[in-house]
Each structure stands twice: as structure tokens, then as C-alpha cells.
Write a new protein. Structure first.
Length: 101
């Protein structure tokens, strides 16, 4: 996982290994990596070849935690297959998805 703190209260995380993305430790790692005052989290999934149930659950958990603190999460870099998984599960309605930011 690569973390970058950008201007205007943005934290950008690039997922580099799929196994870590599916583990329960992933959620606290992501939430702890955000600095005080960061209101937006961009999760780059460009290196993730397949979204599995545990990784989807982690994304939902992060989304809920951020919503409780009035922050938002944006997913980017989704491969067509992963975008289709989000559509089938109707999670595309929950998440903000933006290509290539």
C-alpha cells in the first residue's frame, strides 16, 4: 500500500498487493494513514485484478467509517471486471467511482 498526502485534505492510497487488501488489518491501516483534517480518501485499485468478498467488505467498512466523520471515499483505477462486480453487487450505488484521478 502506497500512501500519499495531497493538498486540500486528500489522502491517496494505491493498493499494491491484493492479499493485504483482503485482510482484516487493512481497514485500520487505511483509517490510521489519514491525517487529521483529511476529508477525502482516494483509493486507487488499478493494480487489483479481482475484487473478492473480503476486499468488498473492507471497502464498505471504510466507507461507513469515513461517512461517520463526514469524509468521503472515491474509488479510481477500476478494471472493467471489477467495475462489473460493483455493478452486480449494487455497490456502484454506494461508492463514488471516478476513472483515472
Amino acid at each position: 500500500m502506497i500512501v500519499a498526502h495531497l493538498p486540500d485534505g486528500v489522502c491517496r492510497i494505491r493498493i499494491t498487493t491484493e492479499p493485504m487488501f483482503s485482510r482484516s488489518e487493512f481497514v485500520p491501516m487505511v483509517l490510521e494513514s489519514m491525517l487529521d483534517g483529511e476529508q477525502r480518501l482516494i483509493v486507487d485499485l488499478g493494480l487489483v485484478s479481482m475484487l473478492h468478498s473480503p476486499s468488498l467488505a473492507n471497502l464498505v467498512t471504510i466507507h461507513i467509517a469515513l461517512a461517520k466523520r463526514s469524509s468521503e471515499m472515491i474509488l479510481t483505477g477500476l478494471h472493467e471486471k471489477n467495475l462489473r462486480i460493483l455493478e452486480i453487487t449494487k455497490l456502484d450505488r454506494l461508492f463514488t467511482i471516478q476513472p483515472g484521478i
